[in-house]
Structure formats: structure tokens, C-alpha cells
Design a protein around this ligand. Structure first.
Ligand SMILES: *Cc1c(COP(=O)(O)O)cnc(C)c1O
Length: 362
């Protein structure tokens, strides 16, 4: 008998996710600016908590994440009972798709939206639906127009990756209120900590039954290696997600470091200020040499070159100078490069290398 082993429908439509690379053949002193990591790393309190957790590696981790949820709730003034923690916010996104979307259901994401929305929708057997943006910005009316009776989830990253743009609170509320009754709005706040006075949609979650917010420790907290994210939503939704969550999805070192990190508000504020300073500096330097970008609300800049060939050539030039940035053709932006805001030295190197490149012939 010939074996006929086939995966669930949709799985083979998933393109393998490519992380930002970290090495260049033959080039030393390489700076990785391709994954929006915090150039300052985690804070000292988080590192200390991580080290201390080595004493209890033989024990299974907490399964209810009570301490981390309490710390998050305290820092953000939220209800700890409506927080769910995941192995990265990627896992929370996957839980949402697994729990709320299946074959025949539609999952909306925006034109230049984060890749995991499409991947998780397909993994759940659902149909991803891409909605056009306007000037690289989420377009609420286009999303509402794309909703059908099959729409189950709508994913918006605000600020968005890789565009760095965001929409305001009124637009978000209009989106939540305009969705069909069976659709859940997911506000991905991976970069929310970089925006001053932005609650990432927490208020919308509090006042609506159809809004969930996701957050991560991979960006401003500098803990990408540990894989910690969380979600905040209506009690009924969080209860559903907890049923699909594995009991030990987060390791003890990850829980310990994240708990310390979210309590260390001074360090978070320091990282936010450094990012804002060097982001503004880099954007101005690029604009001065003829490389435009939209005002970014995150820890990266989407630099726009004249055409895809120029973006490729610019990427190659930056690589020759030891600078790894992110090509974003897969996000429908073939003429752009996403550049993480590094520390001062990295930003100065990027500006200098870009200036060299812009002096080369078209
Ligand atoms: C980086 C990023 C995440 C975070 O993913 P983790 O799984 O928490 O590391 C989520 N959403 C967006 C838009 C991102 O850019």
C-alpha cells in the first residue's frame, strides 16, 4: 500500500518565515538592524532575574503565569484576570486564529501587515484576506468594506511593521464599532511602548466586547530570545485562548526576566527616549540626502528608494559596510528597506553608508 500522507488544507500555502540575518560572509564588525531588536539589550533587573532563575531549572514553570500577569497588570493598570501570556505574541496570534478561524472563515490583514497574521490564518485552515492601505497606512473604511459574514478576525498592527505608521484612537474605535458581530479586532501593539501616551488600545478593550490587544517583550524590553508576549481582552475571549494554550508554554527564565522587565519602568522610559532621539536623527539625515520615509512611531525606519533595483543595490552597499537591514519586498514594498534604529554608533554608520550610496549613479 502506498502511503498518502497529506497536511491539512492551507498548510502548503505558507511560505517559510525568514528571520533577519545576522552574519555577512567576510565582513567584520557587523551590526544587525533587520529584526527591530533593542540595541541596548534587556535592563539590568531583567538580566539579574534571568540569572537567578538558574537555581530552579529542574522544576516545571508556573502554568498560570500569575506573577507575570500581576506585574503587567500593575504597570499598565489592567485586570490581571484578563491577561494571557504566550511564547511571544506570535503564539497569542496563533491561539486567536486556532480558536476563532477555520476552513471557510476569513482573516483580514492589511496590505503591508505583519507576516504572522497570514501564516497563522493559513495554519488554522482559514482564508487570509489582504486589504489595501492608503499611503502605507491602515485604511479603516477599506477594512470595513472588506468584511463579510465570514470575517472572524481583523489584525491591525498599530504602529505597523514594516511601515512604522499608525492610526489614531478615533479611527480604531470606528473600526471596532463598524465590524460585523462575529468579528474580533486584534490590535497588535508590538511597538506601542515606543509611542508616548499610547495605551495600545487598552481602553478600547475595556469598553468593547470585540477587541483584543497583543503585546510583546521582544522589542522595547530587549528579550526576543526568551519568547514572551501577552494578550489582553474580554474575559470570555481570554478563557477561550487559555483552553488552547499549553500549560507550560513559558519557561521559568522567560517568566522571571519578563516580570522584572515590565516592573523596570525607568529602563523602559530610557529605551523609549533613546529610540526617539536616534530615530529622529536618522530620519532627518536620510531625508537630507534624498531618502524619504514616513514619520515612524516604532523602532525602525522604512527608507524609500527610487525603485526596487535601487533598494537591492542599497541593501548590497549597506552589507558591504557591515550593516544588515531588512528587505521588505515580501511585504509588498520592493523599493523600500526597513532599518532598525540602532544605538548612536549604528545610526551614524547607517547615515554615512547611505550617503555614500546616494552619491553613486542611478
Ligand atoms: C516583532 C513583532 C511581534 C512580536 O513577536 P513576538 O512573537 O512577540 O516576538 C508582533 N507583531 C509585530 C507586528 C511585530 O513586528
Amino acid at each position: 500500500m502506498t502511503a498518502q500522507i497529506t497536511p491539512q488544507p492551507g498548510i502548503m500555502d505558507i511560505a517559510l518565515y525568514e528571520g533577519g540575518s545576522a552574519h555577512i560572509e567576510g565582513v567584520e564588525d557587523v551590526v544587525k538592524l533587520s529584526s527591530n531588536e533593542n540595541p541596548l539589550g534587556p535592563g539590568p533587573a531583567a538580566l539579574e532575574a534571568f540569572r537567578a532563575s538558574a537555581a530552579s531549572l529542574a522544576r516545571y514553570p508556573s502554568s498560570d503565569h500569575a506573577e507575570l500577569r500581576a506585574a503587567i497588570a500593575e504597570t499598565h493598570a489592567l485586570d490581571a484576570g484578563r491577561i494571557i501570556c504566550g511564547a511571544g505574541s506570535d503564539e497569542v496570534i496563533a491561539f486567536l486564529c486556532q480558536a476563532y478561524a477555520g476552513p471557510g472563515d476569513e482573516v483580514i490583514h492589511t496590505e503591508h501587515g505583519f507576516a504572522m497574521y497570514r501564516i497563522s490564518a493559513l495554519a488554522a485552515g482559514a482564508t487570509p484576506v489582504e486589504v489595501a492601505e492608503t499611503n502605507r497606512t491602515t485604511h479603516v473604511d477599506a477594512i470595513l468594506a472588506a468584511c463579510t459574514e465570514r470575517t472572524r478576525l481583523v489584525f491591525i498592527a498599530n504602529p505597523n511593521n514594516p511601515t512604522g505608521t499608525m492610526i489614531g484612537g478615533n479611527a480604531l474605535a470606528r473600526l471596532a464599532d463598524g465590524l460585523p458581530p462575529q468579528a474580533l479586532l486584534v490590535l497588535d501593539g508590538a511597538y506601542a511602548e515606543y509611542v508616548a501616551d499610547y495605551d495600545a488600545g487598552a481602553e478600547l478593550v475595556e469598553t468593547r466586547e470585540n477587541v483584543v490587544m497583543t503585546r510583546t517583550f521582544s522589542k522595547i524590553y530587549g528579550l526576543g530570545a526568551l519568547r514572551v508576549g501577552w494578550g489582553y481582552g474580554p474575559r470570555a475571549v481570554i478563557d477561550v485562548l487559555n483552553r488552547v494554550r499549553g500549560p507550560f508554554n513559558l519557561s521559568t527564565p522567560a517568566l522571571a526576566a519578563a516580570t522584572a522587565a515590565v516592573r523596570d519602568r525607568d529602563y523602559t522610559a530610557h529605551c523609549r527616549a533613546e529610540n526617539a532621539k536616534w530615530r529622529a536623527w536618522l530620519a532627518a539625515e536620510l531625508a537630507r540626502i534624498g531618502v524619504p520615509s514616513d514619520p515612524s512611531h516604532a523602532n525602525f525606519i522604512l527608507a524609500r528608494l527610487r525603485n526596487p533595483a535601487r533598494a537591492e543595490a542599497c541593501d548590497a552597499h549597506l552589507k558591504s559596510r557591515g550593516l544588515i537591514v531588512r528587505k521588505v519586498a515580501a511585504y509588498g514594498l520592493p523599493a523600500a528597506l526597513r532599518i532598525t534604529v540602532g544605538d548612536e554608533s549604528a545610526c551614524r554608520r547607517v547615515a554615512a553608508a547611505m550617503a555614500e550610496f546616494m552619491e553613486t549613479a542611478e
